[in-house]
Ligand binder design. Sequence first.
Ligand code: ADP
Length: 543
Amino acid sequence: MFGLMQQQSLLISSLIEFADRHHGDGEVVSRRVEGDIHRTTWSGVARRARQVAHALDGLHLGLSDRVGTLAWNGYRHLELYFGVSGSGRVLHTINPRLHPEQIAWIVNHAEDQVLCFDMTFLPLVQAFQAKCPTVRQWVALCDSDKLPTDTGIPNLISYEAWIGGQPTDYNWPQLDENTASSLCYTSGTTGNPKGALYSHRSTILHAYASALPDVMGVSARDAILPVVPMFHVNAWGIPYSAAMTGAKLVFPGPALDGKSVYELIEAEGVTFAAGVPTVWQMLLGHMMPTGLKFSTLKRTVIGGSACPPAMIDAFREDYGVDVLHAWGMTELSPLGTLCTLKNKHLKLPAAEQMRLRLKQGRCIYGIDMKIVDPNGQELPHDGKSAGDLLVKGPWVVASYFKHEGGDPLVDGWFPTGDVATIDADGFMQITDRSKDVVKSGGEWISSIDVENIAMAHPAVAMAACIGVKHPKWDERPIVCVVKKPGADVTREELLSFYEGRTAKWQIPDDVVFMDAIPIGATGKMLKTRLRDQLADYTLPDQR
Ligand code: ADP
C-alpha cells in the first residue's frame, strides 16, 4: 500500500519560487566587480532568473545542455544558479583560478554551449575561447555600455542586453527530480579533473540537511556571507539553503581581502559567514593589529582544509564568534560532517570541549561513514584507529560525469582519499589525505598534527608538513614555515616548541623557512608543488 500524499519532484525552481512568494523583500546584497554595492531582493532575483530561462530558450538550448560560468559571488551568478538549473539546463561552475589550458579542457569536456563570465575574466576568456568550439554564446556579466567592442570574442553579448527584454514570468518545467542540475569539476591535483554531476534531488536534500541547527543552522533571521566561492561546489550549497529559508545573502564579489570582508560584515549586519581557513587568516590579520571587533557576526563555518586550533581559539575567545568545523568534498555536494557538540558535552570543561571542536565533526543525517584498514576491514569507532574514510548517501557521487575513471565505489561506498578516526560519539577527525600521511618506521604521522603545532607558535603564519625519504625510517616529516610579518623564530626554537606537545618520534626532523607556500585553485596548500620545490632537499642526518 502506498501513502496517499502528493507526489512532487524536488526541484531547484521550487526554491526560488518559494523565496519569491514568502521572502520576496529578503535582501540580496553584492559587492560588484565594478566596486560598488548592489542591492536587490529575492523577488528581484526570481524575476531575473525567469528572464535567464527565457534567454536560454531563445538559444534553443535543450534539456541538460550545459551553461558555464566564470564568476565571483554576486547577484547575477545567483540568477544563473536558478535560471539555468530551474529551466532544466546544467549549470557548470568553473574555477577561474585554474590555468587557461585546464579551463579550455573542462569547457570542452563539459561541452558548454553558453559561457557567462565576469569582466575580471575577460583576458582569461580571450586566452582560451578560440579552443572552445562548443560555446555558441559568450555572455559578459555586465551592462551593455561596459562591454568593449574589440574583444575578439565572437558571439559576445552583455548579460543585461541578453536578459533585458525577456518576459519576467516563466513556467518552470516539471522535471524528474533526478535530472542533472549542476556540474563541478574536482580540482584534479593529479590527472585530469573529473566532473561531479549533481541532481535537483541531491541539491534539495543537501540544502535541507545543511540548514539544520546541528549543521549550518540557516534561518530567516540570518544574514549570510558566503566567502566560499560559488564557482567551487556551489558555495557549499548556501545559495540553495538561503533561498529555502529566506535568509539575507551578502556577496563579497572579488574583494576577499581582510579589510573588504570586514567592512561588508559590519555594514550588512552579517550573522553567519562561511569560508576556507586562508580567507579567515586574512580577516584576522586585518583585525588583530587594529583591535577591531565584530558587532553582529555570531558563527562561521570553516572547512575545505583543517582549521588550525589557534584560529578556532582566536574567533571564540577574542571575538565571541562560534567556529563550526566542517568537512566535505566536491563529490559530496560538499557537506559530510559538521562539528557541533551533543547535549552531554555541554557540561565538559572548556578544554575538553575544545578538543572535540577541533575534530571535523559528526555525520549529517543522509550521510553514513566508516573507516577501514588496508584490507577493507572496518575499524572500531574508538577515536584512535585511523583508516581510509568511506562515505555514502543521496548527495554523494555514484559516478563521475561521462563515467570518467570507471566506477569509483567500493561495495556502494565512496572512498574519500582521506584518512580519519571516528570516536564513540561519532566525531570524525581527519588525520590526513592518504597521499600526505608521513609513514615513519611503520607508523603514520599526521601532517595536520605537525602543522597545527607549528601554527600555534605566535611567529608562524603558515605551516606545511611533508614526508622526506629516509633510508632507515622510510620517511621523516619536515615542516615548511612562513613567518608572520615582523615576527621571528629560529629552527631550534620551533623544534623545541614541539617538545611535550607531541610524541618525540613525531617531531619533524627539520624546519624549512619559506617566503610562501604554494596554494592551489581552491585555496589549499599544494603539497605536490611543495615536494617538487624541495626535490633537492636532504634531511639533516643525511647531509
Ligand atoms: P572542498 O570544496 O571541500 O575544498 P574538494 O573536493 O576540493 O572540496 O576537497 C576535498 C578535500 O579537502 C577533502 O577530501 C579533504 O582532504 C579536504 N578537507 C575538506 N574539509 C576539510 C577539513 N575540515 N579538514 C581537513 N581536510 C578537509
